[in-house]
Ligand binder design. Sequence first.
Ligand SMILES: Nc1ncnc2c1ncn2[C@@H]1O[C@H](COP(=O)(O)OP(=O)(O)OP(=O)(O)O)[C@@H](O)[C@H]1O
Ligand SMILES: [Mg+2]
Length: 290
Amino acid sequence: MVKWVESSVSLIKDTNEKTIGAVEVFRDLSEIRELETRLRSADKLAALGAMAASIAHEIRNPLNGIEGFSALLGRDLDESDPRKKLVKNIIHGTKNLNKTITELLVFARPLRLNFKNSSISEILDKALFFVTEEIKQKGIQNVTIRKEYGLDMDGLKCDPEKLQQAFLNLCLNAIQSMPSGGNVVVFTRSYGNDEPEGIQVGIRDTGIGIKNEVIQKIFDPFFTTKQDGTGLGLAIVNKIVEAHNGKISVESQENKGTAFYVNLPVNCDYECETFGSRWENNEFLVSQYL
Ligand SMILES: Nc1ncnc2c1ncn2[C@@H]1O[C@H](COP(=O)(O)OP(=O)(O)OP(=O)(O)O)[C@@H](O)[C@H]1O
Ligand SMILES: [Mg+2]
């Protein structure tokens, strides 16, 4: 863990101006530094979001046209026709582009939280259902998922669908990090020093890990090390967690594995000022591009 510290030294002099000692004062700047970093990233995201939203629509319409016309072309071609493969490639490419655009829009749009009293175990179970579907669909072998729910409480005030999306993204990353198999553990426990402050959800894998030199960048939009990755998965997770006044952290060791921890405060008021937002029919509009 890195701590930012500022120090200043003052000399202590006696009545004859003779130096008899010194006082060194240290100030912990870690919190200020963290706030500065978050502010910078919020600025970056705001600019990016505005641009993304405006071009996404422009791209989407012709893209749907290309996919539709390619499907029509393909319909008239015989399976043995070499052009059939080319048409399939076009359709595959447009589908991938569509996925990117859709993720971009999810990321760029203001996040509306729809609060409900929920159970964290249920949210995780639903996310894990989609994870197992993905494993089956992709024919992934040798991956086990273990649930270690150490805590549950009904009535966690949150947006269950958005949190489900966040946990799904984290689990998919975990699975993608283990191309030759491994274990994923999904756990819940409480966190806090003296009194429990909230729920911690952890997702730990035994995958390839994250290189030290890139770990700072993984939450940046469009940062990806995958050939077919968009790099928006963790940016979306971060946005959802922050909207819940939560915090996400990561620990990783190359070739050993990675653990993501999501801390969700239980008694948080989701203060309007924090997000520059307002309550609206039980919905909470989080400031545009957090
Ligand atoms: N569990 C993990 N193990 C190893 N590396 C990870 C893990 N989770 C994230 N990463 C790294 O962080 C990068 C960013 O992740 P992110 O989910 O944002 O994008 P992505 O998975 O590459 O693409 P997508 O938009 O499809 O999710 C990944 O490309 C990968 O390098
Ligand atoms: Mg991902």
